[in-house]
Design a protein around this ligand. Sequence first.
Ligand code: ADP
Ligand code: MG
Length: 235
Amino acid sequence: MERIHTGITGLDEMIGGGYPKGRTILIIGTTGSGKTIVGLSFIHKACMEGRKSLIIASEELPGDIIAQSGSVGMDLEGFYKSGLLAIDKVYEERTVFARELLSYGKTDTDKLQSNIVGLLERIPPDVESVLIDNIGVFTLNMSANEFRAQIDSLVAGLTKRNITTILIIDLSADNRTENIASYSVYGVLRPSIKDNPFTGARERLLEVLKIRNTKISLSPIRFEITSKGIEFLNK
Ligand SMILES: Nc1ncnc2c1ncn2[C@@H]1O[C@H](COP(=O)(O)OP(=O)(O)O)[C@@H](O)[C@H]1O
Ligand SMILES: [Mg+2]
């Protein structure tokens, strides 16, 4: 199986050479655990390698995404300007639509919040790498069954198109949907922040929970987020 670089030094070797091409990897974690930066590392690397890429961001504006990337040593601006990287405006649409509904006195925003499989249509034909950050916002009014059906269709559609995808879900949405997203995807990574019981210090950990068809190490890797991106500490 062909592998695609993760953009994180040390991670490729841990997972058999990189993310499996044309498959979907899920990242689960709490706020601030590093999900977005793991995803951006993949997109930045893909752009460096000349692959057409798309970020579907439900919580941030394009300018903020580019600024965040720049602050961790990944310059996306040139790729965005040249069109190699597109950033979908789903965030703006959600907020504008919600404002319109409210101005008509409607508070039922279910419809706009729950179309996960519809994201497929937003991906231009020649895109090879996609980051979807964060699928959790679409799950607020969804049963676990409905979510399972939608996420299965999304992942199947992405795989059919041979698009390598990083799909992000925040931990509370994952718990709310009974942790079923993990079953649909090819692999799962979990960044977290934990207390080190020996030093008392807070530290960042990255766990590889599963990657089908791949031998993985189950020990969490300590990492830091620096001006150069995600850096693994001594194992
Ligand atoms: N330039 C930077 N230097 C060091 N740490 C940073 C930098 N930019 C962001 N961070 C750290 O990354 C964290 C956010 O990571 P992010 O991937 O956005 O988390 P998540 O998407 O899981 O909420 C911030 O809380 C901050 O601690
Ligand atoms: Mg994030």
